[in-house]
Design a binder for this molecule. Sequence first.
Ligand code: 8X3
Length: 256
Amino acid sequence: MRQLTNKIALITGASAGIGRATALALAREGCRTILVGRRVDRLEKLKKEIENSYQQEAYVLELDIRKKEDVLSKIKKLPANWQAVDILINNAGMAKGISKMQDSNVDDWDTMIDTNVKGLLYVTYAIVPGMIERGRGDIVHLGSIAGHEVYPGGNIYCATKHAVHAIEKALRIDVVDTPLRVSSIDPGMVETEFSEVRLGDKEKAKAVYQGLKPLTGADIAELIVFVVTRPAHVQIGEMTVFPTAQASAMVAHRTK
Ligand code: 8X3
């Protein structure tokens, strides 16, 4: 039997990148997956792929996690057989812009803070009480090296990822008297839509990963599978992961 047979995993930002890869990996390991995102067409395609590849059920939940009332009501109204979420993957997040703080677009700050911090909190708040009641649950945040370091142009994005760490550590304290586990996976360079969204330009996004082999969403998904398949007494705190050619947020080795 696969390790995660019949567990329910809810993945935010499941339509692309790390979220999509994680949904596929968890389904492969036996999870029934709740695919959360705004781009329903993509989520529906992913649901079909999961059903065809792994003969696993998936459920599409159209949701913008920035909308507090929607998060609370839509998660509450999940069908009865999808209510008992065992694994929460707080993946949805993004960076917008690389300007200095004094030159940046304040609307971009709102987007990042509302998604990366407030959205993550709303989803966590909607799910964790049920986990405590059922006496089981894993919460995995997608942090970043930007939650450990601050680099030029990173300002507000780095602030949001530092906040993700604070939330992760605080939640671990708050559920220490329960069987719940709280973890954060903190990647360096992963080639997804991330840089395109941040820079608003395909070519510039490509250049971010030029001359080195970046991580993929699938690399991160395998770490998430590892985290949630540890024995019940083993709780991973934070796991930092880089491409071999990256040493820190600012140090990478590129070949021509
Ligand atoms: C993404 C990694 O280095 O661009 O979170 O901040 S980095």
